[in-house]
Design a binder for this molecule. Structure first.
Ligand code: ATP
Ligand code: MG
Length: 341
């Protein structure tokens, strides 16, 4: 084992990854993967809201792994692993549940918003669903995920911050009452804390279907950008407000030529600009970015055996570290008591 500090972060296998994942999280993972000993989790226990579509979850495991490889995560220098193949995560979830008051889940703003969206989908496009028990407690499992490799850093999107706070609190309580097993991990939010959806909604999200996927082809990206929400109706030569047009949020997020974006904003506010000009530019910027991903993805898609090997190797590394942590936890909680007699 190296003496580098550790990263733990992950994604649910509920669909292919999109630009929000990239700007909010993946970009940091790629940047930091070698500075830290990095563990990337495919959270296939935490899919209770997709329990009636297991086929999608199974397929998404491969999509997520391919997307990770496509953006440049290195499966040898870091570890990709599948949660359910390291069932210690379920065991640790059970034990950590001792230390988390229900009130902390009740107050958790991300969990509250997600449960409300399930019980009352705002636009009627999705089916209303009862909240499964496992959904209510998924933040506890996320705490276990982070504490399992005794991680120091958790690079995530902004919506995950309440869960990291829960993790810090749990680590503090456990260490204080028993033995100092867990570091208190820090969160690290990406360059774009929360990317808006193509429909103008506050969050691009797999569940809302307002995404541009990392695997999407050039024509499909062009079509989606063309259909994007670009603020209130406005004549092409009518000055507009930059903050009302989310196309600028995307240009800010992905256009490397910041001077040009500043010039476009200035013209937009002073004299107006047709949305087509902005959208054409965005299409080009995105397709340039996605081209390198597409190429790498295609190489792995043609050799899925490599993807499987990468997951197996990473999962084995996580198994080793999980056994080590569980021994420390069992010792701290005096769970080897039968051996005393
Ligand atoms: P679901 O809607 O099924 O929950 P999701 O798109 O929210 O899916 P997750 O697997 O829950 O994806 O999140 C994976 C990671 O990506 C988290 O760190 C999350 O904060 C980040 N993330 C997801 N969507 C965005 C977004 N629109 N902007 C920034 N970060 C995001
Ligand atoms: Mg989510």
């Amino acid at each position: 084992m190296s003496d580098r500090k550790r990263i733990l972060t992950g994604i649910r296998p509920t669909g292919a990854l999109h630009l929000g994942h990239y700007a909010g999280a993946l970009e940091n993972w790629v940047r930091l993967q070698h500075d830290y000993e990095s563990y990337f989790l495919i959270a296939d226990y935490q899919v209770s809201d997709y329990a009636d579509d297991i086929a999608r979850v199974r397929d998404s495991v491969w999509q997520v792994a391919l997307d990770w490889l496509a953006v440049g995560l290195d499966p040898e220098g870091s570890s990709f692993f599948i949660e359910s193949l390291v069932p210690e995560h379920a065991e640790l979830t059970t034990l950590l549940g001792w230390f988390l008051p229900v009130s902390m889940l009740e107050r958790n703003p991300t969990l509250k918003a997600e449960m409300a969206a399930m019980e009352n989908p705002e636009d009627g496009s999705q089916e209303r669903k009862p909240v499964p028990v496992a959904f209510y407690t998924y933040p506890v499992m996320q705490v276990a995920n982070i504490l399992m490799p005794r991680a120091h850093l958790v690079p995530v999107g902004e919506d995950q911050l309440p869960h990291i706070e829960l993790t810090r609190e749990t680590a503090r309580r456990f260490n204080h009452r028993f033995k100092p097993v867990f570091p208190e991990p820090e969160a690290l939010v990406g360059r774009v804390a929360r990317l808006v959806g193509t429909d103008g909604n506050a969050k691009m999200s797999k569940s809302r279907g307002n995404t541009i996927e990392l695997r999407e082809d050039a024509e499909s990206v062009a079509r989606k950008v063309k259909g994007m929400y670009a603020g209130p109706p406005r004549g092409a030569t009518e000055p507009g407000k930059v903050e009302e047009n989310p196309i600028f949020l995307y240009l800010d997020a992905f256009d490397p030529d910041t001077d040009e974006v500043a010039a476009l904003k200035e013209t937009y506010e002073r004299a107006g600009l047709p949305n087509k000009v902005l959208k054409d530019r965005l299409t080009e910027v995105l397709n340039t970015k996605l081209d390198s991903f597409r190429e790498r993805r295609a190489r792995y898609e043609a050799n899925m055996g490599l993807v499987k090997e990468a997951i197996e190797a990473g999962t084995n590394r996580m198994r080793t570290i999980s056994r080590e942590t569980m021994e420390m936890v069992r010792d701290a909680l005096d769970m080897n008591y039968l051996g005393r007699y």
